[in-house]
Design a protein around this ligand. Structure first.
Ligand code: HEM
Length: 446
């Protein structure tokens, strides 16, 4: 087997900063260009070397061997500052216990309740819209999905100022985090306004969650929500039968994790979907027919999910074109091979669902929005990774898909969102992919 030196260096490397300028300038174009250099490609971010895995089978190899390819690298170092050792950031050694303890919060029986909160809050948002008004789509949808996250986590509604502060913290964290990840260390330490807001928000958000947990401890009662499920979790393997398994610090890590990793990607997915539909009149028309058939039976509910088949495929295709988690890193805990290359312990490895999803040799017309491609039994499902794979695969996939489909149905049943410019859709540099500035005009469907 060859060593790391055999892995080609990606084009666009400049002295000292390496590929950081190319990544910051146009991250998506840059990562999508990498497979042209090989199945594995070397990147330099300041003094660090990162091996980008560009082949879907090799990505799966990395994700399935999560003990050797453990969570690590710049993204997770920064994320740990916000999420502590929550489920998404904890090392392999802590992961299986935490996954067992969090599992009940995502059991199927909980979904009708979650779905009711999702549809109620979407209907409320749709009620508040007015014909002809121009809305900032990502902002509206982030408020909606963050409110859904808060409602499902803490069923009793939080005071409005607390909700507002948590929403602001979420925005500052997501906006600041990616700059901290991409920028070489000396630049990341500069007290820029974004860096200051990021640091303030991560402390403030944790304090808000700690206060909510402390209030629950004082008044335990029976709370049929995500926090209640986590507080009631027992792990016969590591805790006595009658004691709570998760400490307050662990609970804080998990709740902050679900809030930070959950709300933003669903909002981004819905925003991209509405923008894509406005550019695909045939898909939009068929979606309206499907949604109208369902709505003829009354408001959209959890039971309607199987009937919302095209809506499901529309979301699947949006997640292919714009996977919210577009870049993840791992660190090798031991010497190991990927494909024909042997990498030493400590090597940083990255994967990008965006890069895989846009490979023209895997997807026909990869940049086109074609929900019907998923009707083909030969569609490359092994190269579809918006939720990752292996033991660290997204625990919230069902939650996310349920919310995205129900919210899409509830919104399109009543509204069309029309573009106000013919500029191409652009992505913001954020921790998750989101449209940069997407104003759209509301048109009530008769
Ligand atoms: C469209 C929405 C979402 C997308 C695209 C998404 C994507 C992902 C991806 C790609 C991973 C794996 C990351 C890696 O390999 O390092 C992941 C993990 C995770 N996601 Fe999601 N996610 C979404 C929604 C959610 C929601 C709604 C929640 C919680 C309510 C959530 C909670 C988590 C957690 C806790 C992990 C870590 C799982 C583990 O390590 O065991 N996600 N997500």
């Amino acid at each position: 087997m060859d060593g790391i030196a055999s892995v080609p260096l990606a084009a666009g490397c400049v002295p000292l900063l390496g590929h950081a300028p190319a990544l910051i300038r146009d991250p998506l174009r840059f990562v999508a260009s990498l497979p042209a250099d090989g199945a594995l490609v070397r990147l330099r971010l300041g003094p660090r070397t990162v091996v980008m895995v560009c082949d879907p089978d090799l990505v799966r190899h990395v994700l399935v061997h999560d003990e050797t390819f453990d969570k690590g690298g710049p993204l997770f170092e920064r994320l740990r500052e916000v999420l502590g050792n929550g489920l998404g950031t904890c090392p392999h050694s802590l992961h299986r216990r935490q996954r067992r303890l969090c599992r009940p919060a995502f059991d199927g029986e909980r979904f009708p309740g979650y779905a009711a909160a999702m549809t109620d809050l979407t209907e409320e948002t749709a009620d508040s819209w007015r014909d002809g008004r121009v809305i900032d789509v990502p902002a509206e949808l982030t408020t909606l999905t963050a409110r859904v996250a808060l409602a499902t986590m803490f069923s009793a509604s939080l005071p409005v100022p607390v909700t507002r502060e948590m929403l602001r913290d979420l925005g500052d964290i997501m906006g600041g985090l990616i700059r901290q990840v991409i920028a070489p260390a000396p630049l990341a330490r500069l007290p820029t306004p974004s860096a200051r807001r990021y640091r303030r928000a991560r402390t403030h958000l944790r304090r808000s969650v700690e206060a909510i947990i402390a209030a629950r401890r004082r008044d335990p009662g029976r709370h049929d929500d995500l926090l209640g499920t986590l507080m009631a979790a027992h792990d016969p393997e590591t805790a006595p039968q009658d004691g709570p398994a998760l400490s307050d610090e662990e609970l804080t890590d998990e709740v902050v994790t679900f809030f930070v990793t959950g709300a933003d990607p669903i909002a981004g997915t819905l925003a991209f979907t509405l923008a894509l539909l406005a550019r695909a009149p045939d898909v939009e028309r068929r979606l309206h027919e499907e949604v109208d058939r369902v709505r003829a039976q009354g408001p959209v509910t959890f039971e309607h999910l199987p009937a919302l088949e095209l809506a499901g495929r529309v979301i699947t295709e949006t997640l292919r074109l714009y996977p919210p988690g577009w870049l993840f890193t791992r660190t090798l805990t031991a010497d190991s091979g990927i494909g024909a290359v042997r990498l030493p312990a400590g090597t940083m490895v990255a994967y990008s669902p965006y890069l895989i999803h846009r490979r023209p040799d895997l997807y026909e017309a990869p940049d086109d929005f074609r929900p019907d491609r998923w009707l083909d039994p030969l569609a490359p499902r092994n190269a579809y990774l918006p939720f990752g794979a292996g033991a660290r695969m997204c625990i919230g996939e069902r939650f996310a898909r349920t919310e995205a489909v129900l919210a899409l149905a509830a919104i399109t049943a009543r509204w069309r969102l029309l573009p106000v410019t013919d500029r191409p859709l652009r992505c913001a540099l954020s921790t998750t992919l989101r449209p940069a500035h997407l104003p759209m005009r509301l048109a009530e469907r008769s």
